[in-house]
Design a protein around this ligand. Sequence first.
Ligand code: NAI
Ligand code: OAA
Length: 418
Amino acid sequence: MNPCHTTAVFKMVSTAITTVSGGLVGIQASSRSKSLGLNLSSSKSFCTFRGLKAASNVQIDSAFLGKASNASLRASLVPKLEEKQVLSNQNQPRASYKVAILGAAGGIGQPLGLLIKMSPLVSALHLYDITNVKVVAADLSHCNTPTQVLDFTGPSELANCLKGADVVVIPAGIPRKPGVTFDDLFDINAGIVKTLVEAVADNCPDAFILIISNPLNSTVPIAAEVLKQQGVYNPKKLFGVTTLDVVRANTFVAQKKQLKLIDVDVPVIGGHAGITILPLLSKTRPVVPFRDEEVEELTVRIQNAGTEVVEAKAGAGSATLSMAYAAARFVESSLRALDGDGDVYECTFVQSELTELPFFASRVKLGRKGVEAFISSDLEGLTNYELKALEALKPELKASIEKGVAFVHKTTATAAPA
Ligand SMILES: NC(=O)C1=CN([C@@H]2O[C@H](COP(=O)(O)OP(=O)(O)OC[C@H]3O[C@@H](n4cnc5c(N)ncnc54)[C@H](O)[C@@H]3O)[C@@H](O)[C@H]2O)C=CC1
Ligand SMILES: O=C([O-])CC(=O)C(=O)O
């Protein structure tokens, strides 16, 4: 075993880890500290893939993709390194999953491709876009990590991009500009997502499908309707990526309460637009008291964080780097779940029975078959502020979901012969 690689894997996860334990739907989440008995924190040097020379001097204080991610990474990789001898004779980790990014040449797609190219779990990275994707692949493919990068341009190459994919990530579509609402993106992005998901249904219906394109509250229901029409809908494997809301909530709370960032975990429920984003500050781990004004200030900031970036970019688009980071975390979590890690939890916008709404973002347990359990206890014992906000978000979220469903039915009816 290459000690450099071992150090790399372990260093990426060298943080205190809190996990949520539980069983099936309706379980009570409980937090506990988990120690794997490894002494990982004494040195800050970091080695990664063979040949990345500068890496041995990289200083890191915390982990790569965040605590939730690392808990799972540690749990999934450490036992395998010891028990299954996953290192090949080139001293590389086993990398066996195929990930496809649709919209890979865009502002999110490019940094997301880079982060996924660095994952030890990915053997093949397929990049699809309608333009400019050859350039991105040529560039990325020079990084000497084991993942093979292939490019696919335009609808004629989409099927080959998707065949055999384990995880498909969709950040295709136009982003917001100042003054543009999420719903304003619907007219263009609804059709893009519909077409891409039709191709997913035809070519890799068993894959985890991760939707990033906005308006997320509508594009996920669109994807579900398309998959239903094609007869391949598996609600456990269709995810709206809301990880950025959690990443932001964790960051803003840690700053406000002067907590160690890596320890903070705030569940975010509802949807992904304005008031439909509901951070459950009362469920923050570690437990921390908030004054009423702090709750109001933090909630509003988390709900408007996307607009904060849109305004800062002044017409050049919306969040790309932080979104790529958040999506990479969700991809890693998906891969570890597929790999049999029993300790993977993420908030995500999925088909749900936690409320009367057909889709709802909440914390879920991920496993080989997708969503294994909903952490319903997150919705118990909410504060009055949270209960009121939860009721307030429902009409808007319901309307966005219905708009997505109606779009698919309408386009199908229009396309059907008279
Ligand atoms: N879920 C979330 O938390 C977030 C979602 N977003 C959303 O992600 C989407 C993408 O954002 P950016 O990457 O910044 O936009 P971008 O405009 O930089 O990139 C979009 C890419 O999609 C490609 N594309 C367009 N039509 C396509 C099609 N039919 N097939 C394949 N690719 C196609 C474009 O060529 C472009 O490369 C936007 O809808 C944005 O609102 C952005 C940030 C956070
Ligand atoms: O706000 C936007 O337009 C993009 C987005 O979804 C986010 O940054 O969370």
